[in-house]
Design a protein around this ligand. Structure first.
Ligand SMILES: Cc1cc2nc3c(=O)[nH]c(=O)nc-3n(C[C@H](O)[C@H](O)[C@H](O)COP(=O)(O)O)c2cc1C
Length: 192
């Protein structure tokens, strides 16, 4: 587990993320490109969650959610979970997107929402309820209460997509949605 003082570094470059939620026996996942870090200590983030989403209903009911940072290898899945609603699956035999899209998960440490296997970073978030900005701007604020990352590509407080022995982690690069299913994978790391 990372020190949560590093949590903002997991979002600083603006990746498209997956928001996972759980409430009672329901769990869900959606894609979200509009997210950003908001504060260092305690770490906070902001994310836009549209009124029509089932995710929003589960966030408001549970008071928590996880941000999963997916990688290039998961881009097709990101589009699929962002183009279907968990609400439409209720009552069906496979009643959630994890089952429909065959997405393995593991348990978070401080919240009920599942974390998606194969992502490269995870932020466990507790909602800071601000009904006015939620209703007016679809903007949700949250405190990050735990953070984790794949050490192959995030360690010592920075992202690195080339291994120490020349390994290339291109499939683990974070992805950045432009529009209409067009993404960019994160590029070269450099120090200024
Ligand atoms: C790449 C991508 C980025 C998206 N970004 C956002 C976003 O930032 N905020 C949002 O509310 N919806 C966003 N969406 C749309 C939701 O993922 C979509 O409405 C989803 O079906 C909601 O699922 P749910 O009803 O199961 O929660 C995005 C979709 C895609 C494919």
């Amino acid at each position: 587990m990372l020190d949560i003082s590093q949590a903002y570094r997991l979002l600083n470059h603006g990746p498209t993320v997956l928001v996972t939620t759980a409430h009672r026996n329901q769990r869900n996942i959606m894609a979200a490109a509009w997210n950003m870090p908001l504060d260092f200590d305690p770490p906070k983030i902001a994310i836009v969650i549209d009124k029509k989403t089932y995710t929003r209903e589960l966030i408001e009911a549970s008071g928590s959610f996880a941000i999963n940072v997916p990688c290039r290898a998961q881009a097709e899945m990101v589009v699929r979970v962002g183009a279907s609603s968990g609400r439409e699956l209720l009552g069906k035999e496979a009643d959630n997107k994890f089952a429909v899209f065959d997405l393995p998960t593991f348990a978070a440490s401080k919240i009920a929402a599942p974390l998606v296997t194969g992502c490269v970073a995870w932020l466990e978030c507790k909602l800071i309820a601000e009904p006015h900005i939620q209703d007016t701007y679809d903007l949700f604020l949250a405190e990050v209460v735990a953070a984790h990352a794949d050490e192959r590509v995030f360690s010592d407080g920075r992202w690195h997509f080339e291994g120490p022995n020349g390994e290339s982690y291109d499939e683990l690069r974070t992805i950045h949605h432009v529009a209409g299913g067009n993404f960019m994978a994160i590029g070269e790391a450099f120090k200024a």
